[in-house]
Design a protein around this ligand. Structure first.
Ligand SMILES: *Cc1c(COP(=O)(O)O)cnc(C)c1O
Length: 415
């Protein structure tokens, strides 16, 4: 235990390293020994000057790369105007952001929050409130196994991964889980007590699994027939990640509520829930809120991100980059069929599925790519996940593919 001492101002600049993590932090993470100190585009430097090719985007967040000039400019400009006002006043950045998001989507109402979990929390609470307007019994939420919707008690309970709720019981009631991409299961589960179905158009944490077109179309039809709202959680797959501004645009299916976060702020914490005015009306003044939600700094940053990513030429280049990456990864998979059994995902959201002989070793593979100064992610124990910044160049894609090739060779040789 520390005894309290006078705070030394030198502590503001004190040397820290990975070894301090276990001594100082609540042990919710087990971070790498690499401590990045600077980022530029697709590259991260550690304190020793080692340079890493970042194919994680901080888990799908820094889609415009590190230190993107337009985002930096927006942040600096707003920082000199006003940082925070409180919800007793509105502000120009939040209104401009809401105008941009509504003009680009099905939605005509926006709630701004600080994270993906908060955006989903708002969506689920709104669905419950709206459900009440259509019958006292309409309270059940249906979600998919393997899904991920955040870490608040409500969102983690709605998520379909029991390992994340273990020990946090009692959990909120009125939630059912069904198999993803299983239309018959949805038909059986969506009764007239259901207020909402929530689904990721491309499951991220659950293993980089796209929904089938038939599945999302069937969910839309079932929700319409049985009076439930359809919520798309696009916290990870949205904001250009799949080559469209939002992933559901690939499917020809429109939700009633959409949530976005992660890449929305390119690293500045912000999330948003988008919906229609007839549904939004179920939230009256005072029904929901958050101190920081819609603050001018976050919204100025998010507006610069949205107005960059939503450009047709930007999305077209994202699709081109994804084609190059997929071609290379399919070649890699063909060269190492004993290691990778499948390449799956959508656009710049890709999973390399380990062959059965390598089951459970995705974490180990990401550690090897880190040694080769390429940062990658896992998505469950058997999937190596790549979420490169959407601004990645052809040369940087080729460099990542070359490093993956070397890693695959080493991984197979040592096994
Ligand atoms: C990351 C994620 C969340 C949670 O977002 P936070 O900002 O970490 O709260 C919710 N849904 C999906 C699909 C995610 O990938």
């Amino acid at each position: 235990m520390n005894s309290r001492t006078e705070f030394p101002s030198a502590a503001l600049e004190t040397a820290v390293s990975r070894s301090d993590f276990d001594a100082l932090m609540v042990p919710t993470y087990a971070p790498s020994t690499v401590v990045p100190v600077r980022g530029q585009g697709v590259w991260l430097d550690d304190a020793e000057g080692r340079r890493y090719l970042d194919f994680t985007s901080g888990i799908g967040v820094t889609s415009l790369g590190h230190a993107h000039p337009a985002v930096l400019e927006a942040l600096h400009r707003q920082a000199e105007q006003v940082w925070h006002i409180g919800n007793g006043y509105t502000n120009q950045p939040v209104l401009r952001l809401a105008r941009a998001l509504t003009s680009l989507t099905f939605a005509d109402r926006v709630f701004v929050a600080n994270s993906g979990a908060e955006a989903n929390e708002a969506a689920l609470k709104l669905a419950r409130k709206y459900g009440k307007t259509r019958g006292a019994q309409r309270t059940r939420i249906v979600s998919c196994l393997q899904s991920f919707h955040g870490r608040t008690l409500f969102t983690v309970s709605v998520g379909g991964q029991p390992k994340y709720t273990e020990g946090f019981e009692p959990l909120p009631p009125g939630i059912s889980h069904i198999a993803f991409n299983d239309i018959a299961a949805a038909e059986a589960a969506i009764g007239d007590d259901v207020c909402a179905v929530i689904v990721e158009p491309v499951q991220g944490e659950g293993g980089v699994l796209p929904a089938s077109r038939e599945y999302l179309q069937a969910l839309r039809k079932l929700c319409d027939e049985r009076g439930a709202l359809l919520i798309f959680d696009e916290v990870q797959c949205g904001m250009g990640r799949t080559g469209k501004l939002f992933a559901h645009e690939h499917y020809g299916v429109v939700p009633d509520i959409l949530t976005t976060a992660k890449a929305l702020g390119n690293g500045f914490p912000v999330g948003a829930m988008l919906t229609r005015s007839d549904i939004a009306a179920a939230f009256s003044v005072g029904a929901h809120g958050t101190t920081y939600g819609g603050n001018p700094l976050a919204c100025a940053v998010a507006l610069s991100v949205v107005s960059t990513i939503a450009q047709p030429a930007f999305l077209e280049r994202t699709r081109q980059a994804a084609d190059r990456l997929w071609t290379g990864l399919q070649r890699l998979q063909a060269a190492f069929p004993q290691l990778f059994k499948q390449v799956r995902g959508s656009g710049m959201m890709v999973g390399l599925v380990l062959a059965d002989a390598y089951k459970g070793r995705a974490k180990e593979f990401t550690r090897l790519t880190e040694q080769h100064q390429l940062l990658t992610l896992m998505a469950g124990p058997d999937v190596v996940r790549l979420l490169p910044p959407l601004v990645v160049s052809d040369a940087e894609i080729d460099e990542a593919l070359a490093r993956l090739q070397i890693c695959a060779g080493e991984f197979v040789a040592k096994a």
